[in-house]
Design a protein around this ligand. Structure first.
Ligand SMILES: Cc1ncc(COP(=O)(O)O)c(C=O)c1O
Length: 387
């Protein structure tokens, strides 16, 4: 197959000596990160404290815009944070849970950190309603929609599920929320960079995720999109001097909020992580998420076919339209098999109730999928011969 995207392989050093199928967990590091971090260190070393006014202070907003472009967010609508859990905390701090509208609706297929956060808001009055999956792969959309009612405040749901890669029906969820006056917080950690996201077309209220997986941006940077009309009026209680109109006035007393995106930030920004995120964002933007999606659908189909041919159970939707970039394969003895794969430099991971997760990205060649599956067969063969 003539795969044009393979020319990007040279930009990712780890591809030289591993079969890297783990972009659902940590995207490969672009070579450009070496330079980005060297420039950061040089600036710190030579410009010292002057670096703040020479770019560091405004960097969080610039990187927010770069991420925003990938999801068709208007300029200045995306703030950056440490992680998704922090993004949820910023959103929660904009609301009051003491009134009638205090219900939080989500599925049990959400990422656990997000659930831990919302469960912990119960003492403040949040009423958490968790909708259970029937099959451990999909979300029962009808039941989720039914649960979103006039008392619902927020609906924090994953766009693509981390366990099964099922794509939630974000459009239906947002529509229902609009009907009853609830707000959707769409977690696009497992979609943006591999599945197209358009926050304006969806008319979603909030959207958050991190850059370390499909955006190849490394740990330490998460993004939070807030629809501009909400961004203009919400007042986060989790705040700090970055959110002040004039932080360097060091005013005492209550905050006078800046405009978005800084309105939703709080303390000193994570400058090295922001710098490290940029080379990956640049590559993803150059390629375009649509092209990545096209390739991903083909490669995940290939993986599913290879798994099915071997009689392995697939815990991922078979319909490519309903599946993100990961294939979860419930291979016999999957946890042990995963450990053996890692020893052989086939980088994948294992999750309970999912199996081995394999996630090809734009930089993977088809032969790497075949190699990973052949390695699994070899491991299973070896373990059989030991019995
Ligand atoms: C859908 C989803 N949300 C959130 C997270 C992580 O949350 P945080 O950034 O708070 O660590 C992950 C995985 O790491 C995820 O897959």
């Amino acid at each position: 197959m003539n795969d044009e995207l393979l020319r990007y392989r040279a930009e990712f050093p780890i591809l030289e000596n591993t079969t890297y199928l783990i972009s659902n967990s940590l995207g490969a590091m672009p070579r450009g990160v070496y330079d980005a971090l060297k420039t950061y260190a040089d600036r710190w070393a030579t410009r010292g404290v002057r670096a703040w006014e020479e770019g560091w202070w405004t960097l969080a907003g610039e990187v927010g815009n770069e991420i925003g472009e990938l999801m068709n967010a208007p300029k200045a609508s995306v703030s950056t944070h440490l992680n998704v859990t922090t993004c949820q905390a910023v959103i929660a701090s904009c609301f009051d849970f003491s009134g009638k509208r205090s219900k939080i609706v989500y599925s049990d297929m959400n990422f656990p950190s997000v659930m831990y956060f919302w469960e912990a808001q119960r003492p403040l009055g949040a009423r958490v309603h968790m909708v259970a999956s029937d099959d451990g792969v999909t979300v029962p959309t009808e039941r989720l929609l039914e649960a979103i009612d006039e008392t619902t405040l927020l609906v924090p749901v994953s766009h693509v599920l981390f366990r099964s890669s099922y794509i939630n029906d974000a459009r239906a969820i947002v529509e229902k929320a609009h009907k009853v006056g609830a707000h959707v917080v769409l977690d696009t950690f497992q979609s943006l960079g591999s599945v197209p996201v358009d926050v304006q077309a969806l008319n979603v209220h909030f959207c958050c995720g991190g850059v370390l997986k499909w955006l190849c941006g490394g740990p330490g940077v998460a993004y939070l999109y807030i629809r501009p009309d909400l961004g203009a009026k919400l007042q986060p209680k989790f705040t700090g001097w970055s959110a002040h109109q004039d932080p360097f006035a060091f005013d005492i007393g209550p905050i006078h909020y800046a405009d978005p995106p800084f309105r939703f930030m709080n303390g000193t920004p994570n400058v090295p992580a922001l710098e490290a995120a940029r080379p990956g964002l640049k590559i993803i933007s150059e390629i375009g998420v649509e092209r990545i999606r096209e390739k991903s659908a083909k490669q995940t189909s290939r993986l599913i076919q290879l798994a099915k041919e071997r009689g392995w159970r697939v815990n991922t939707p078979l319909d490519p339209k309903k599946r993100g970039g990961t294939v979860s394969i419930d291979i016999p003895h999957s946890h042990e098999v995963c450990r053996e794969l890692l020893k052989r430099n086939v980088l994948v991971d294992w999750r309970p109730r999912a199996g081995v997760r394999m996630s090809p990205h734009f930089y993977n060649a088809d032969c790497e999928l075949d190699r990973a599956v052949a390695a699994v067969e070899e491991i299973l063969g070896e373990s059989r011969s030991h019995v």
